[in-house]
Design a protein around this ligand. Sequence first.
Ligand code: GLU
Length: 470
Amino acid sequence: MRTRFAPSPTGFLHIGGARTALFSWAFARHFGGQFVLRIEDTDLERSTPEATQAILDGMAWLDLAADEGPFFQTQRMARYAEVIAQLLADGRAYHCYASVEELDALRESQRARGEKPRYDGRWRPENVQGKVPPDGVRPVVRFRNPDAGAVLWDDMFKGPISIDNTQLDDLIIARGDGSPTYNFCVVVDDWDMRISHVIRGDDHVNNTPRQINILRALGAPVPVYGHVPMIFGPDGQKLSKRRDAVAVTQYDEEGFLPEAVCNYLSRLGWSHGDEELFSREQFVQWFDGSHLASSPAQFDRDKLKWVNHHYINHCAPERLLKLITPRIANRGWSLDVLGAAEQLAAISVLRERADTLEVLADAFGMLLATPEPSAEDRETHLAPAGRAACAALASALSGVGEGSEPGWDKATISGVLKATAAGLGGKMPIVAMPARVAVFGRAQTPAVDVMLALLPRDRVIERLQRAAAG
Ligand code: GLU
């Protein structure tokens, strides 16, 4: 059991590619096989080292480690040339000297007759008797496709597919300059790398019969193919670069955890009963190639956020802290305002409402940024009565945690809040609301006693006093 992921390095790792990689990886893991990574970089004009790096980074971020590779097609040119020579020698491939103009004319006349345009085999070995190759033309090499019969395969995901050979042209496998073409390289690689199961996007379904014919001509084993349906955007259209986040790294930037993205992607077009949240080990145990949908999956960002929220709330606080530290620095804040224990405690409190790391980092603003309440919150909560409540709370908190006084903690702070409210002749909210706006800059926060306990006492008092002073 050997699978592969074979991206073309012409851009970032696309979310659809990531899902294909995840399925190939999990399938190999499930059966104890190997997962091979191959970079299909023969299109020299469109392939870049940056894109290769982006793909490797994306794979590393998703933690999809290859057992073999990355192999690069550009390093295998000698091998492709060798196989082309072998096919030529066996009469399975031949030189074709037809010029572009000639082929254009051929297509035109076929169209005029209402026929499907296709190469007419004019340079096939059986048709060249007595024909002299034109001078100065560097021929392409064509694969001599079988004339009759059909190519049939039982697709892992789509079921049996059959394509008539009459639908297939004699594919060009090497250009005039000798460089091998895409479908041919894939065939030689899948053969040499002993790939038993090809899992790839269903935009490659049309390539499969051509590849199978070449494999057969080479006497190579034909792998099992599984074509994964596309991912559509929320509007039922193809995912678009402009409208949708499609690069895996974009999800990293937006604050999604890789395990959340993997969990979410695994459910796009595959299911195991009603299971939505499961570990990667569990996924590998379940993913045997069955239960894949044969129709396109729809990308649902809200669901991804829901999955991410779950993982954020089950992640070790130490790891989350590490992940949000640069995001906090980007906002111009410093975690040093908080003690080490409070930093971790803040994570536990604030993550309950966070569905991305960006949202979590923003929430730290309540603790780390200078409070800047909105005019509306000021008006509602920091009118004279509210400011008086802030002043009263500031002085009531001033001795807390000192000498024999009880410590600076949630229970003590809660007691002080209640006593201060009672002293002002009211209930908790008459102190809690002004305190929220004064200390955290907003009226909506997690439990106010819990939040106050996260900040050093003197900072709380200072913020209350500033608000009291107006
Ligand atoms: N290189 C192809 C792509 O990026 C995939 C080829 C394959 O999986 O056979 O779409």
